[in-house]
Design a protein around this ligand. Sequence first.
Ligand code: FES
Length: 124
Amino acid sequence: MAFYSEKVMEHFANPRNVGEIKDADGVGEVGNPVCGDMMTFYIKVKDDKLDDVKFKTFGCGAAIAVSSMVAEMAKGKTLDEAMLLTNAQVAEALGGLPPNKMHCSNLGADALHKAIENYKSKGK
Ligand code: FES
């Protein structure tokens, strides 16, 4: 059975950047009403760059791997660069996802973008 790529399995087994940033500059939460999975991203911004990115994901293995990959890809990027990160790029970086798991990858970049929008809405 090869439903998941090695990269997905690896990020699922060893997710990076799990947790919450207590004094986060921005928080973004998205959920999928069908499966009930939820993802929250926390960001710390410094000099217009993502200084730190953490997440909490209540979801399936693919959602956890996606969160881990998004956090890793986003860290160190400028806010504008991070806004350009797409769900498709994340799925690709994970070596693809099974078709019935593509919706899981749709949560990742969306949650990150929401956290950035939340930061911007504070007018800092
Ligand atoms: Fe819904 Fe994975 S099954 S996010």
